[in-house]
Design a binder for this molecule. Structure first.
Ligand SMILES: [Fe+2]
Length: 133
């Protein structure tokens, strides 16, 4: 059984999928089960907090940075996307990123409680719940 917003990766071809609506079946790619990507958080960060998304709010909306120390954005090592979800999982916003771009997502909204997530091409999937949640 999958859950909404879970991410799964194919360890053969590199496909990554996100569950939009959950179902009972097993996700399969390239002839084998896909691996559920585990969200890492500040408890797993050992490299100076470069991966944990930081959520800042002002009157216009929110800004998500990766991370408290800016993460590298080089061809070989970069943040592939930043995603913001409302805590009730009703709203999702994702920004894809490429090398040399700033690892930041700006979102105009009056969101109260959000969870920010990001994917590093080397170090995997990271999450940070809103400090004010
Ligand atoms: Fe990284």
């Amino acid at each position: 059984m999958t859950e909404i917003l879970e991410m799964y990766k194919c360890n053969v071809c590199g496909n990554i999928v996100e569950v939009v609506i959950s179902g009972a079946g097993e996700l399969v790619c390239c002839g084998q089960p896909m691996e559920k990507m585990q969200e890492q958080n500040k408890n797993q960060e050992m490299s100076g907090e470069k991966h944990v998304p930081v959520v800042e709010k002002d009157e216009d909306g929110i800004k998500v940075k990766v991370g408290s120390v800016p993460h590298p954005m080089e061809k070989e090592h970069y943040i592939m996307f930043i995603e913001v979800n409302s805590k009730d999982k009703r709203y999702v916003k994702r920004k894809y990123l490429y090398p040399d771009e700033e690892p930041v997502l700006n979102l105009k909204c009056s969101c109260d409680k959000v969870i920010a997530r990001e994917l590093c091409n080397i170090h995997g999937f990271w999450t940070s719940e809103d400090e004010q949640a």
